[in-house]
Design a protein around this ligand. Sequence first.
Ligand code: T6T
Length: 322
Amino acid sequence: MLMRIRTVTMLGLALITVAACSGSAATAAPSNYKLTLIQGVAGDPFYVTMACGAQAEATAEGVTLNITGGNKWDATVQKPVIDSVTAAKPDGVMVAPDDSKALLAPLKAMSDAGIKVTFVDTSLDDKSFAVSSIATDNLAGGTLAATTLAKLINDKGTVLVVNVDPGISTTDARVQGFNDEMKKHPNITVLDIQYTHDDPTAATTITTSTLAAHPDLAGVFATNVQNAEGVATGLKQASNTVVKTIAFDAGPKQIEDLNAGIVQGLIAQDPYGIGVAGVQQTVLALKGQATTKTIQTTLAALTKDNVNDAAMQKYLYKATCS
Ligand code: T6T
């Protein structure tokens, strides 16, 4: 397997390219494999875009794809979804587990039932039974969020991290990367992390109350789509044009907020590419061919100045596939 890692600076923000060439796509004659994609949560533009990539690759490979997901980010909501997919016995499953520990038993049971399991985006601590784990380099993304925010606030002041829940592989890594980097910035104080359970309204409430408690707040790191949307609403409601915000992801509303100058930078992932690679790896496993255990897909730092560049278009998430 060939790994390519490249870092360049673009318009003041670093663009990290971490590409994994996972070998050629499956070459054997297409079989009528049945695959299912279990999203972290249904309706999230990140997973909508991942499903578009997975569907395009499934069509190209001549395999059937079902797409499912819980209606909220919650391991207890996702567990029965996992159990019912296992009962339906597809040949392979691409899954984004909502918790890195709590969903081990149902996903191990899925694998023990002879279903090939690939992790897409989030994963479990125990990856031993997975065909492949495909995700952004979330640690590097968190570091990039911190260096970018530090620059925007002239390396001083108080900042807030608004996160989903503890125990999620992706967002935990983003926060770790962010906090590790901020330790190198002695004039920046990181407030106690706030959790929203993936609810944008909670992110708005947290933003409002933090502005009240810390009128000198300089910056916010919002770790995903829903948190970014909620923080932007809170800043808008407060008519606050001082706080600088860096967020993960690039959903349609986030791009609006970036263009409006409410959010200054987005660490965008390639969910479409994760969906494509997820189907490719699962089909390779079903054909008895070698798979790549870990694949890191690319990310990009979007600003108001580069968001319309041709190279950035693949990082903008979709509301629908067409
Ligand atoms: O940031 C993505 C995804 O990578 C993360 O695991 C959960 O949140 C998102 O789906 C965005 O809302």
